[in-house]
Design a binder for this molecule. Structure first.
Ligand SMILES: [Zn+2]
Length: 317
């Protein structure tokens, strides 16, 4: 009996045994401690929404274009289908020019998240994007590969190499990051902080800029959250969940509805778009209508991600 009691008390009191058990338990058996530790690995921290944006503007509108082009498919390895690659090459050959012409016409700035290999395949993109002097370059991986399975050192090396390549080709040192496929590891944000990045844009806990905590501790990096409702991926023909179900006109209406809410609240609206998807002849027109619609409102600040992050960051000092 004494032995039985001793064994029982070891099971109850021994923390390491409990932790080990937690690792192998299904989620419905997790302890509160395990649940908290899991969500706290990376979490939205302090709300950094300013009372107003520069010049008294009430909403910041941030357009980002992820120029993935062929890296979207190349990153998956294997023997990519030539038709698929050509649909993505369209982003550099046609889509980007249409988008830049549209942004020029409206004098709207944007941030271009570019995988390094995408720029290697179409180096002319750098000069085209730089022409207006309005836009920003930001890091979006080397070949748009997911970080799944990478060690911390491998992930850090890829992010550094990607940033250095973009800097060598554009003459500007990027300060922003978005994870390829939106896949972050538990190390990504602390790596970005170590490498001196100003912001990340890809998590989705809010509509407003916010701080981040890693294992419960605040870090310096600013998060400019994305929102799946303000993306164009639903129009991607390879998106088998939505292909054919959503038209670009549906998307325009959804964007306008989102703008109405965020304008009334006075916060931020951030778009995640792709030249090979939104730069199509049948779709580019919705962005013309959308920008005209937003410009009918007073107090709309169109900015790059960097400008918004720098503004927010300066208010904290
Ligand atoms: Zn991407």
């Amino acid at each position: 009996m004494r032995i039985l009691l001793l064994l029982l008390s070891i099971c109850i009191l021994s923390v390491p045994v409990q932790a080990e058990d937690d690792e192998n338990q299904p989620a419905w058996q997790w302890s509160a401690e395990k649940i908290n530790a899991t969500v706290n690995k990376i979490r939205a921290g302090q709300d950094l929404q300013p009372a107003q944006w520069p010049d008294g503007n009430r909403i910041a509108v941030l357009f980002s274009f992820d120029a993935d082009n062929e890296t979207n498919t190349l990153s998956r390895g294997g023997s990519p289908d030539p038709l698929l690659l050509s649909m993505e090459q369209y982003g550099a050959r046609k889509g980007l020019q249409r988008i830049l012409a549209l942004l020029d016409r409206h004098e709207v700035p944007a941030t271009f998240f570019i995988p390094a290999v995408s720029l290697q395949l179409a180096p002319e993109m750098a000069g085209l994007i730089k022409q207006s002097g309005r836009h920003e370059f930001a890091v979006h991986g080397w070949i748009h590969a997911s970080v799944t399975g990478m060690t911390r050192e491998q992930e850090k090396s890829i992010i550094r190499k990607s940033r250095d390549y973009l800097e060598s080709q554009t003459g500007e040192r990027p300060v922003g990051y978005r994870a390829p496929f939106g896949v972050y590891s538990e190390n990504t944000h602390s790596i970005l902080e170590e490498l001196g990045f100003l912001y990340d844009s890809g998590l989705a806990a809010d509509d407003s800029p916010h701080a981040l905590t890693v294992n419960g501790e605040p870090i310096q990096l600013i998060e400019l959250p994305g929102n799946v409702n303000f993306e164009d991926s639903v129009l991607d023909p390879m998106n088998t969940f939505t292909a054919g179900l959503v038209t670009s006109h549906d998307l325009l209406q959804s964007f306008k509805d989102g703008f109405d809410t965020l304008y009334a609240e006075g916060t931020m609206m951030l778009f995640i778009l792709h030249p090979h998807i939104s730069g199509r002849a049948s779709r580019i027109g919705i962005y013309d209508k959308l920008i005209k619609y937003m410009k009918q409102h007073e107090g709309v600040w169109f900015a790059t991600h960097r400008q918004a992050a720098e503004y927010v960051s300066a208010l904290q000092k």
